[in-house]
Design a protein. Structure first.
Length: 408
């Protein structure tokens, strides 16, 4: 597959991801169910940008190229269709039998895309995966240890994606499930197991290159190891307090460790940009989010009362919108800087306003949830929507412009 082909399909995945972000934040503002919100946020916004970047980055991180130019196109079609059907099945006021049919169709399309995605990437990296190739250039030898170590966890994240997608399929088909099919197990396998671990894995390679500072070896090793173990313990230990606690603590170590690694790189760098600040705020949000999760897991051992619904929703917002949202936005702005555009608003000042609006919106929503103040939640969701529209504008205009330049 040509470099232009890889880049074209990556851009299309990322543009659609930005559109789903706007839909998600609009839905949160007008009031949609938590199930619908998670579907749009995770399957729409988060997964599509991760798919797009994975097609572009993962083969290059093993010193190779994507082996096919057909899979990304087919994957994009079934992935978007599956996400829309999954959302519609939960959102529309339709009979239960029709809802079940729509959901099943959505899951089948989604899983078909996952099979294509995993097959394309694993086939592309099959030889260097065994050979230890990292794609690290000779003038970056100080990055090589972290690069090689991080590459080992990419197949682990893919295994989580396969397991979570299979569990999703087992819920709507006669296939035997790996677990009891409890939806929080599935979302932990997909979100924490695949997405967060892949963010850790790609992040410890991307951040040092953007900021010009190598990642510290020992903390990076701890982050990836605990980040690989934690999601499985949480997903399969939701009915076992001791396993759940172990998983929550492992995730906490991974989140805190990743934040520490990024902070060290950030503070040592003289190449900070607006996107790097967004990543920092996102990682800190993730630490607060996982702290709530640890307290939920450990609290009963010390006689603490269960958290209110507001705190559970805060946990969701800090992890999904805070960590994944702001970290993804930060890396996207780093990878596709607005200053590369030739349109109105294509500058760092606009990007800084957009990211600041998203961050303030997140903080306002979190405070509103904790204090049970609906006016704060509404204000925060409104700010987040404004930031999402601004991000979508900057990214879409730039990516369309890049595509036009390359076409000419």
């Amino acid at each position: 597959m040509t470099g232009a082909g890889r880049s074209r399909w990556s851009r299309r995945f990322i543009i659609l991801s930005a559109a789903f972000l706007v839909v998600w934040r609009f839905g949160a503002l007008v009031g949609i169910s938590r199930r619908v919100e998670v579907t749009i946020a995770l399957f729409g916004f988060v997964f599509h940008v991760v798919f797009g970047m994975a097609y572009l980055l993962v083969p290059s991180y093993f010193g190779t190229i994507l082996a096919t130019d057909r899979v990304p196109a087919a994957h994009l079609a079934v992935s978007v269709s599956g996400t829309v059907l999954l959302t519609a099945g939960s959102l529309l006021d339709i009979p239960a039998s029709v809802e079940s049919t729509v959901e099943s169709a959505g899951v089948l399309l989604w899983c078909a895309g996952i099979v294509a995605f995993l097959a394309a990437l694993l086939w592309s990296i099959r030889d260097p995966l065994l050979g230890g190739e990292t794609g690290t250039s000779s003038h970056r030898s100080d990055h090589e240890w972290v690069d090689r170590y991080a590459n080992r966890f990419i197949p682990v994240s893919f295994a989580y994606l396969a397991a979570g997608s299979y569990e999703l399929l087992a819920r709507v088909s006669p296939l035997p499930g790996l677990t009891d099919g409890y939806m929080p197990r599935v979302t932990h396998l997909l979100a924490a197991g695949f997405v967060v671990l892949l963010v850790f894995t790609l992040g410890v390679r991307l951040a040092p290159r953007f900021l010009g500072v190598p990642a510290p070896k020992v903390p990076t090793g701890i982050v990836l190891l605990t980040g690989a173990v934690g999601p499985a313990l949480i997903a399969f230990g939701l009915t076992s307090r001791s396993v759940l606690v172990a998983g929550a603590l492992a995730e906490a170590v991974a989140f805190v460790g990743f934040t520490a690694v990024y902070l060290v790189i950030y503070l040592r760098s003289d190449r900070r940009r607006v996107g790097s600040g967004s990543i920092l705020v996102g990682t800190v949000s993730g630490v607060f989010g996982v702290a709530i999760g640890v307290t939920v897991a450990v609290g009963p051992l010390f006689g603490l009362q269960p958290f209110s619904l507001g705190m559970v929703q805060t946990h969701l917002q800090l992890n999904l919108f805070g960590f994944l949202g702001l970290v993804i936005v930060g890396f996207a702005v780093q990878f596709y800087p607005p200053t590369a555009g030739r349109f109105r608003g294509a500058n760092e000042r606009t990007a800084r306003i957009v990211i600041g609006t998203l961050a303030v919106g997140l903080g306002t929503v979190a405070v509103g949830r904790v204090l049970s103040q609906s006016s704060f939640v509404t204000l925060g969701n409104g700010l987040a929507l404004v930031g999402a529209v601004g991000y979508g504008y900057l990214l879409t205009r730039l990516l369309v412009e890049i595509g036009s330049r390359r076409a000419n």
